[in-house]
Design a protein around this ligand. Structure first.
Ligand code: HEM
Length: 519
């Protein structure tokens, strides 16, 4: 009898816990928002058809965790809503296993650090990229005087990873092959981990997650990287009498032994001034969130820019002429190591290059931006209610390719500008030449009609750095290298652009040929 009572008590307890769990997970249903069914994995077609069928109202695309695609007429209002109502971080964590790896768990501090300090230190960070560019190119490309084939993604991802490490972690990390291997391996392994966790139903993921081999693999790499970062973290942290952490960055603490005179832990010191902990594991994971946010995005953009340059040789000469003209005008000299230091003011004069970069990114097959997880119910001006837990996204292509927008309407554009479905490298150059439009169509501009960097509260805080970093990279490439596609018949920069689950997929096998220019 006593056993029965205990048994009944126990079972009831479990049942109550289960019911409580199920109730807590219960979601208000989406009402009046149609689902694009019958498309299987062809999400791109589902999106194109959805936008044609429902141009002014939301619809659902059935990716593994479905998204509500909101119409362009709601971008402005959604761009203004606070993070308390809808946040990018919720989606990032869902997509990239943040709950099990600790990545993106300190997004607030990461963002504050970038929005405040990166902006203030832009000149130093750009100069730090310029310092390393010659060495990084030589390391990854060698110095071939005859045409040599390279896989674009393979080399660009390593170049970007080394630069990001050199600028944000410490100069010696740019040269550290083990660091490069780990940070690139991590980017790939996180995708495996995400795919592994997505095989489980969402309710079971918190139970299965910590035990999955791929998640454990990511965590063991993160721990290895944290160990490598430990001396830098220790260097960057000073404990004062109140045991409150402060940074030594302002004093430019220098690692004379390894860093070649450059300050180490630049980004870490920005984060430390925001974080209430100096736990190396936590700081390392914030550092790695930064690497993750910056390496793949910049690489993807650069891959297409390089392929576009190679495939559209008619742009090379005008771009080179613009660069040389700015160098002459601003009287910039290479130093004794062959390093060309273009200030931001000079880089800002490269309007044609800026336009080419923006055009290349505009046509990227990144089908969605502004991914948000709704935190509090939102009612759109269309009358549709988006309950808590809804995942929403902006359909990028319907805006970037639409003559219904001001930017791409025939009335707004000079007659030489091609329709938005075609590549026109100097489209934005011509738009900026129009009176009063100089700043509206820059590569780094984020707006409801230019969604490369997202729009609203979460707009990419790294965009100005990425803009200058890419310009420095492309100036180096254009000045010192000849470039051509390996196989003109199969390299169509348009058909190489593909998407999966609505996100751009970079062509890993695409090759270009490079050779050092004879100057
Ligand atoms: C070409 C390169 C890049 C592209 C295309 C890009 C694009 C984006 C986009 C689309 C978002 C989401 C914005 C939104 O949903 O509203 C974003 C967010 C973010 N980006 Fe970038 N990004 C790039 C480079 C960088 C770099 C170099 C850094 C760091 C130095 C960086 C740091 C971040 C961070 C931390 C966030 C999250 C912002 C937040 O949570 O509020 N990105 N980026």
């Amino acid at each position: 009898m006593e056993f029965d009572a205990k048994f009944t008590f126990g079972v009831s307890g479990i049942l109550i816990a289960l019911v409580a769990y199920v109730l807590s997970q219960r979601r208000e249903r989406l009402v009046g928002i149609p689902v694009m069914t019958g498309y299987g994995d062809d999400h791109e077609r589902a999106m194109v058809d959805g936008t044609l069928k429902y141009p002014t109202t939301p619809f659902v695309i059935e990716t593994q965790r479905p998204f509500v695609i909101v119409p362009a007429c709601t971008f402005e209002e959604l761009g203004r809503i606070s993070q308390a109502k809808a946040t990018l971080w919720g989606v990032q964590k869902q997509e990239m296993c943040g709950d099990y790896t600790g990545l993106w768990q300190h997004n607030v501090e990461l963002n504050q650090a970038l929005r405040l300090h990166l902006h203030r230190n832009l000149a130093d960070t750009v100069s730090s990229v310029e310092d390393k560019i010659d060495w990084v190119f030589a390391e990854e490309l060698g110095s071939p005087h005859d045409w040599k084939a390279f896989r674009v993604h393979e080399v660009t991802v390593r170049i970007v990873a080394r630069l990001v490490a050199g600028v944000f972690v410490g100069a010696r990390f740019a040269r550290d092959d083990e660091w490069t291997r780990l940070s690139l391996g991590l980017a790939t392994d996180l995708v495996y981990a995400r795919d592994a966790i997505k095989k489980w139903p969402t309710w079971f993921q918190p139970i299965a997650g910590p035990f999955l081999k791929d998640i454990r693999n990511v965590n063991s790499q993160l721990t290895k990287m944290a160990k490598m970062l430990q001396p830098v973290i220790e260097n960057s942290v000073l404990e004062d009498t109140n045991s409150f952490r402060q940074t030594l960055y302002d004093e430019k603490k220098i690692d004379l032994e390894h860093g070649g005179g450059e300050p180490e832990g630049t980004f870490m010191s920005w984060v430390l001034s925001r974080l209430k902990t100096a736990d190396p594991e936590v700081i390392a994971r914030v550092q790695l969130s930064l690497s993750f946010a910056s390496i793949n995005t910049t690489t993807n953009a650069l891959v297409f820019m390089v392929i576009d340059l190679a495939a559209r040789s008619e742009y090379t000469q005008p771009l080179r002429e613009e660069i040389e003209q700015v160098i002459r005008e601003d009287n910039v000299q290479e130093d004794e190591n062959g390093v060309l230091r273009l200030k931001q003011s000079s880089l800002n004069k490269l309007w044609k290059l800026d336009s080419f970069m923006k055009e290349s990114s505009r046509l990227s097959k990144n089908g969605i931006t502004n991914l948000r997880l709704v935190q509090q119910p939102i009612t759109l001006s269309t009358g549709h209610r988006l309950p808590k837990g809804t995942r929403i996204a902006f359909d990028t292509l319907s805006v970037h390719l639409s003559t219904a927008t001001q930017t791409f309407s025939p009335e707004y554009n000079p007659p030489e500008n091609k329709p938005p479905t075609e590549f026109d490298g100097f489209r934005f150059y011509r738009l900026r030449k129009m009176q009063g439009k100089e700043n509206l169509h820059r590569f780094a501009t984020a707006s409801a009609e230019s969604l490369t960097w997202g729009y609203g509260d979460h707009t990419c805080p790294g965009r100005f750095f990425a803009d200058y970093e890419l310009k420095v990279l492309l100036v180096e490439l254009l000045r010192k290298w000849d470039i051509r596609v390996k196989d003109p018949k199969s390299t169509n920069s348009q058909t190489l652009r593909k998407m999966r689950e609505l996100v751009v997929v970079v062509p890993r096998d695409a090759e270009v040929e490079l050779r050092r220019r004879k100057v």
